[in-house]
Design a protein around this ligand. Structure first.
Ligand code: NAI
Ligand code: MG
Length: 357
């Protein structure tokens, strides 16, 4: 029997989102033709634009549709001017999707690719690690629900045993499965926390150590978050897989992004037991929206992660190789502030051209 076509949901999002998603869909069309798989795409309008026109950032029943899909490709969402009556930004889907779909791991590969000006003295191939960020608890659990008066405000950092166990286990499985090796060739998971100061982080570390015993073939390392920030710049070539609490992962992965050519080079996958969605790590860049200036590689590399997840890893690899060839041949040049000098479209065309059987 013919295999069922791949069932993808696409959320174009706000700002540069639609341009980036359009780019990634062109690459998808090309890789599907080369690898000979069928797919269908359902578009769901969600985010700040959707909130403005319908009063809801995410349509009713959308979560069920997203869960039923083989995967979701999401553009960045949010517009600083679109707000709830209480002043907080409307249209952000972070909580709705991460909590709603229980996508507990946010997977952020950091690779310095050829021809990309990194933020450190390292060379292409030297930086190749993955940040696994806990995605459903930690400091962001209290999002918008902290206690506040005009004189004091308090948020809570909540770490649970179950929440930590599942994300740490994901990190160890990833270390076993992934190709790409740190400088010394040792598979390793680094636990980043601040267990010397906060009890929540001490629990995170304790659970990490317990889970690590199930993976005697994978080496472990502990770093405090401040030292990790230092080492991400000083010795990024030593990292393999890193796992950490939500807020630390948010901040440290942007730091990592700066070492591999900026936010426009970084895709991510949010993954849980029943759903997955891929998105760039950056926001909707309203300052350059609609001008064809954005770097679409973040969205294209997100697509590659989604293909891996949908059990098409050869297609994911093909997309990554096309990105690397385009960069290597100089067909993509990143200029000022990580913007491609030839614009969004030229990057997309270069990736499609380099996508070969
Ligand atoms: P941002 O990431 O949108 O932009 C920061 C800077 O990076 C800007 O100068 C922008 O032009 C540049 N930039 C971002 N992506 C780029 C790309 N692909 N190519 C070239 N340059 C790029 O962060 P900002 O301005 O703080 O937030 C804008 C909106 O995005 C806000 O509404 C924010 O809440 C939302 N946001 C949404 C996220 C998501 O959907 N996952 C994540 C982060 C922010
Ligand atoms: Mg962030």
């Amino acid at each position: 029997a013919e295999p069922e076509p791949l069932d993808l949901v696409v959320i174009p999002g706000d700002g540069i989102g639609p341009e980036l998603v359009d780019s990634a869909l062109r690459v998808l069309g090309r890789v599907a033709a080369v690898d000979g798989f069928e797919y269908r795409v359902t578009t769901v309008e969600a985010g700040a634009g959707a909130y403005r026109s319908t009063g809801r950032a995410l349509p009713e029943n959308a979560l069920d549709r997203l869960r039923a899909a083989d995967g979701v490709l999401k553009g960045p969402v949010g517009l600083p001017g679109v707000r709830h009556p209480d002043g907080t930004e409307a249209g952000l889907l972070g909580g709705l999707l991460r909590i709603g779909l229980d996508t507990f791991a946010n997977v952020r590969p950091m690779r310095l690719l050829p021809g990309v000006p990194g933020g450190t003295r390292h060379e292409a191939g030297e930086i190749d690690y993955v940040v696994v960020r806990e995605n459903t608890e930690g400091l962001y659990l209290s999002r918008g629900a902290g206690a506040a008066t005009p004189h004091a405000a308090c948020d809570q950092l909540m770490v649970t045993r179950a929440g930590t166990e599942r994300v740490v286990r994901y990190a160890f499985e990833l270390a076993r499965a992934r190709s790409g090796a740190p400088a010394d060739g040792t598979r390793r998971v680094t636990c980043v926390d601040k267990s010397n100061v906060l009890r929540s982080y001490a629990l995170f570390r304790r659970v990490f150590d317990e889970v690590a015993e199930e993976y005697p073939d994978v080496a472990t390392e502990h770093l405090y978050a401040d030292a990790a920030a230092h080492d991400l710049v000083a010795r990024p070539q030593c990292f393999d897989v890193m796992v950490m609490e939500n807020f630390l992962g948010d901040v440290l992965s942007d730091l990592g992004a700066a070492t591999v050519g900026g936010l426009g080079m970084c895709g991510s996958l949010n993954v849980g037991a029943d759903a997955a969605y891929a998105e760039p790590v950056h926001g909707s860049a309203p300052d350059i929206a609609g001008q064809g200036l954005a770097n679409p590689l973040s969205q294209i590399l997100s697509l590659a992660l989604l293909l891996d997840h949908a059990e098409l890893p050869a297609s994911g690899d093909r997309v990554r190789r096309a990105v690397e060839s385009a960069l290597l041949l100089g067909a993509v040049e990143l200029g000022e502030r990580g913007r491609p000098s030839g614009g969004t479209q030229s990057v997309t065309a270069a990736v499609c051209e380099n996508l070969r059987p």
